[in-house]
Design a protein around this ligand. Sequence first.
Ligand SMILES: [Zn+2]
Ligand SMILES: [Zn+2]
Length: 372
Amino acid sequence: MATTDRDYYELLGVERNASEGEIKRAFRRLARELHPDVSEAPDADERFREVVEAYEVLSKTETRDLYDRYGHAGLRSGGFDPGHVDFGSLADLFSAFFGDEILGGRGRGGRARGADLAAIVEIDLVEAARGASREVPFEVAVTCSHCGGDGAEPGSEISTCPTCNGSGRLQQVTRSVFGEFVRTQTCPTCSGSGRRIEQPCSECKGAGRVVEERTVTVEIPPGIHHGQAIRLSGEGHAGLQGGRAGDVLIEVRIRPDERFVREGDDVYTTVDLTFTQAALGATVQIPTLDGEEDLELGAGTQPGEIVVLKGRGMPVLQGFGRGDQRILVNVLVPRRLTDEQRRLLREFDEHTDERTYGKSEGLFDKLKSAFR
Ligand SMILES: [Zn+2]
Ligand SMILES: [Zn+2]
């Protein structure tokens, strides 16, 4: 269930036409300000949840569209459940600023694995057919080189946290009419590390990590499909105190190419013939994934006919061979005729008989067999 009925744009303090970047920045600023561990405000917890929910909806094109068009009701009918936050998509943001513990990612001893990071690259269909290489820039939390991830100024002392005696956890006992409740929480003094740093590192202020701009090169394999992701192991956010780094997940989006429609590994194109070209036969230029090519069409080519170029479609991802290219023939019938043209066509018509047009497979049957 949605936890708030307030306007998501208002919650983040952005315009309705705000860009992805603006939304991300607004969220980061508010999240840092309102995080319950940081904020003193009594309603910080609730406001933090609302802001997370708003970001969760507005940061994804799919849910943002739904919300823009139909509001909260649209999200509910679309099966979206904002109360159930998908932490995967937020993990990178949170961990970069607060550390992994608020996501429960930290194991005992504080050697938590770093969070994954998500990025998007856009390529053309022709690049998807050939494979491509892309430089992807992103912000990543890396181990602080000054303290080696310790969080302590080199040479300074590290002692056992006096609040939790080094366990990193605290038990809170609450008594009520129903009995005694024991709640275990992360030690607020040491954030679960069990250590007390006497003098925080001057570079990372004790966080053990710093945010850095980095670029990775991603190799996109031929035949990749729209929406598929490539995982780069160990290139994500650094772990805490020597924990393993997370991964980078790069989602590949393929820009639509107006010349082709992709269907699995096959591509479809159309070719326009004038009615004289169709009747007399012609050689025409067609686009293929390998460039422009000449295609020879025989006399009497019919509209709706489909020419199949075997093995000229998309490469099979991580497999062998390629799909096919299917070319749908469209025949253009003149829309405006001069008196002279009209006269010539009438004269032509007088010279035709049943054999001129002959019999052929119906257009409908052809379409059925081509798209099967
Ligand atoms: Zn440091
Ligand atoms: Zn402690």
